[in-house]
Design a protein around this ligand. Structure first.
Ligand code: ZN
Length: 380
C-alpha cells in the first residue's frame, strides 16, 4: 500500500458522493431546496469529483452545481456572450452572496436559504452567474461563531499561518471556489464582480445595520454601491483602513469586486429571526441576480452615517483596563477628553468630536486590538 500524501492528515472526514446517505439527501435537496439541511448533514464536505462529475441539475434556464458543502453555483444557460455584448445596458455580472462565515449568525444563512428556495422553486430566474455560500457548516452545527479559529480573519492566505483545524481547511477551499468563480466568466465583455458577505453582530449597535467597506488602497469609494447599501436598509458605513483577512477584503483586493461585510443586526438562533427585518436586503439581492431594475436614490451624505477609522486601542500589557461597559453598543460616541483605557505607562482619551467605539473587547491577548476607534466623515 502506498502512503498517501500528508495533506490528508489536515483534511476532514469527507463524504463519498456515491454513498446511499448522500445520494438520498442530494435528491431531497433537488426536490425541496433545503440547503441548510444538506449543508448541516455533510458539514465536512465531499470527496472532490472533478469537473466532469459535478453534482448539477437544471432549473428554469439555469444550471445549479453543488461544488462543496455549503457552496452552490448558479449559471444562467440563456446568456450567450454575443447577446450580452449587444445589450450593453446590461453588463455581465458575477455575484457572490455569502453567509455563515460565523456559524451562529443565522439570519444571513436564512437569507441565502430563501434565495436558494426561490431559485429551485423557479420563483426567481437567475440571469447572472451567482455563487451562494454557507461558510462554516461545522460551527453552524455547534451554534458557535467558529469551532477553533475565527474564519473571517483567515483569508488572503492568513490560513497558512495557523495550525490545522476545520477553519484553516475551509478558508483555503473557499478562496479556491471564489477564485475559480471570478476567473471563470466565459464572456469576453466587461464583467462586474460583486461579493456581499452577510453577518450579524455579537453586540448591540447604535445603528442596527451597518457595513464595512473593505480598504480600497486609494481607489475612490463607489457611491452607487453606497446607494445600493442604503436601499438594502444599510445606511451606516465604516470605511476600512487597511488590508485585512476578511472574506470581503479577499474578493475586493484580488478581483476588484464591489464587496462589503454587512452586519444585519443581532445574533439569534435559527428560527428566531424576524425575517421581515431583512426584506429589503433579500429583495434587492434577488433583484440583482435576476437582473431586475433596482431604483437607487443618488448618493447624499445626509442619508448616511459614514465613519472612518482613527486607529486601534491596543492592549499592551496585563495592566490594561478598558473603561467601556461590556454591553456598550457599537458606534457609541464619547465627549472629547473622555478616558477610555489605561495601560502600562499610557492612556487613551478621545480627542475628536464624535469619536466612537466599534468592536470593543477587553479580553484579547497583549498586542491585540481591544477597540477600533472611528470618527464621522463625509464623502466629497
Ligand atoms: Zn460575523
Amino acid at each position: 500500500m502506498q502512503n498517501n500524501n500528508t495533506l490528508t492528515l489536515e483534511t476532514p472526514n469527507l463524504t463519498d458522493i456515491t454513498s446511499d446517505s448522500f445520494t438520498q439527501a442530494y435528491r431531497q435537496f433537488i426536490a425541496k431546496g433545503d440547503f441548510i439541511a444538506l449543508t448541516r448533514q455533510f458539514e465536512q464536505g465531499f470527496i472532490q469529483t472533478g469537473a466532469e462529475n459535478q453534482l448539477s441539475f437544471n432549473v428554469k434556464q439555469a444550471k445549479v452545481s453543488l461544488l462543496d458543502t455549503g457552496v452552490l453555483l448558479i449559471e444562467p444557460e440563456n446568456v450567450e456572450p454575443e447577446l450580452v455584448k449587444k445589450n450593453s445596458a446590461t453588463p455581465s455580472k458575477s455575484i457572490i452572496i455569502s453567509s455563515g462565515i460565523h456559524g451562529n449568525e443565522t439570519a444571513p444563512i436564512e437569507i441565502v436559504q430563501q434565495l436558494i428556495s426561490d431559485i429551485i422553486a423557479q420563483k426567481i430566474q437567475v440571469k447572472h452567474r451567482t455563487l451562494l455560500i454557507m461558510g462554516n457548516p461545522v460551527s453552524m452545527n455547534i451554534a458557535k461563531r467558529f469551532q477553533t479559529e475565527n474564519l473571517n480573519r483567515l483569508f488572503c492566505g492568513k490560513h497558512q499561518e495557523i495550525d490545522p483545524c476545520f477553519e484553516k481547511y475551509r478558508a483555503e477551499k473557499l478562496e479556491g471556489y471564489v477564485s475559480d468563480f471570478f476567473n471563470g466568466d466565459a464572456s469576453d465583455g466587461d464583467v462586474i464582480n460583486y461579493h456581499y458577505d452577510l453577518h450579524t453582530a455579537i453586540r448591540n449597535s447604535k445603528y442596527e445595520k451597518f457595513a464595512i467597506y473593505p480598504y480600497q488602497a486609494g481607489k475612490p469609494w463607489n457611491k452607487e454601491q453606497l446607494s445600493f447599501m442604503a436601499s438594502c436598509g444599510v445606511n451606516t458605513i465604516l470605511f476600512g483602513h487597511g488590508p485585512s483577512g476578511t472574506f470581503s477584503y479577499f474578493s475586493s483586493a484580488n478581483f476588484a469586486a464591489h464587496a462589503f461585510t454587512i452586519e444585519l443586526g443581532k445574533v439569534r438562533p435559527f428560527g428566531e429571526n424576524d425575517m421581515a427585518n431583512f426584506t429589503a436586503m433579500t429583495n434587492n439581492l434577488s433583484a440583482l441576480v435576476s437582473d431586475e431594475e433596482i431604483t437607487l436614490k443618488s448618493f447624499d451624505n445626509n442619508d448616511f452615517n459614514l465613519f472612518e477609522a482613527l486607529g486601534d486601542i491596543t492592549k499592551v500589557s496585563d495592566k490594561f483596563e478598558l473603561y467601556v461597559a461590556d454591553e456598550a453598543s457599537n458606534f457609541t460616541n464619547y465627549p472629547v477628553g473622555t478616558l477610555l483605557s489605561t495601560d502600562k505607562n499610557q492612556e487613551y482619551r478621545t480627542t475628536l468630536p464624535g469619536e466612537s467605539i466599534v468592536f470593543p473587547n477587553a479580553n484579547v491577548g497583549n498586542g491585540q486590538r481591544a477597540v477600533l476607534m472611528v470618527v464621522p466623515t463625509t464623502l466629497q
